[in-house]
Design a protein around this ligand. Sequence first.
Ligand SMILES: NC(=O)C1=CN([C@@H]2O[C@H](COP(=O)(O)OP(=O)(O)OC[C@H]3O[C@@H](n4cnc5c(N)ncnc54)[C@H](OP(=O)(O)O)[C@@H]3O)[C@@H](O)[C@H]2O)C=CC1
Ligand SMILES: O=C(O)[C@@H]1CCC=N1
Length: 254
Amino acid sequence: MKIGFIGVGKIGQAIIKGLLSSQVNNQDIMVLKSQHHTAQKVAQKYHLFLANDYSALNVNEIVIVAVPQSALKAILEQLKAHYHGLIVSTSGGDLTAVNAELPVDTSFVKAVPNTPVQINAGITALSFADQESETNRNLVINLFQKLGQVYVVPEKLLGIYGTVAGCTPAFVDIMMEALSDAAVINGIPRQQSYQIITQMLLGTAQLAQKTQQHPGQLKDEVTTPGGSTIRGVAELEATGFRNALIQAVEAANK
Ligand SMILES: NC(=O)C1=CN([C@@H]2O[C@H](COP(=O)(O)OP(=O)(O)OC[C@H]3O[C@@H](n4cnc5c(N)ncnc54)[C@H](OP(=O)(O)O)[C@@H]3O)[C@@H](O)[C@H]2O)C=CC1
Ligand SMILES: O=C(O)[C@@H]1CCC=N1
């Protein structure tokens, strides 16, 4: 299957990396050249086809649009005139309104991948128009399943799925930085602190995933009566850690 890209910044490149490491051939990926030469550099780096204009994209079964949301409308206008196939947008758009304006042989699908798609450990939330064909749904689902888990959700829930899976990596990254700072204050070398913290997060996540135990129960197993962990937990409660996370998700989902 041939896949085209319009916009290969952070998330576009993350998808490309994931696809290339899942045996998708670089000869099957095309990127449309971009104003600040990001696409030209990416095409060179990964040995991908560089499309000079929209008409060259027509060989692709899927075109992934991963541009700032403000650029989407103009790009869809161009695609409408030059491309027939599946358009997958990571840049928002209204499923009903966009599909209504496209030719019958062209469909518009929405996707919110997260950055771990680049190591095939991602999550992608997808929304399809009600009338989307089974064939098209399966094409898109199979493509994103190469990059990790896929959730097909109604459009009105895409925002919150995208927030919980797609924005929260940044929240966790901040947590890792802060934990590392605390480790460094107490004398652990910076690099070693990141090794410990990333492994701790991996192990904690895998334990929760494998045992399916409630997080509260897993927390209770760490908090020895009169011990050190519960003192840290009490401090997190006093400083509003839970509420900070809930409010961060609420703010991101607006
Ligand atoms: N980053 C993330 O984790 C996620 C992002 N998203 C969404 O995906 C979209 C892209 O995000 P992200 O990759 O982070 O953004 P970036 O700014 O990193 O990348 C956007 C890219 O789009 C290119 N571009 C802009 N306008 C055009 C155009 N008219 N034609 C061709 N290329 C164009 C730019 O190329 P050039 O630099 O050459 O101008 C740039 O490299 C956003 O809407 C974002 O909300 C969704 C899920 C996750
Ligand atoms: O910050 C953003 O707007 C995008 C959406 C999900 C992740 N990044």
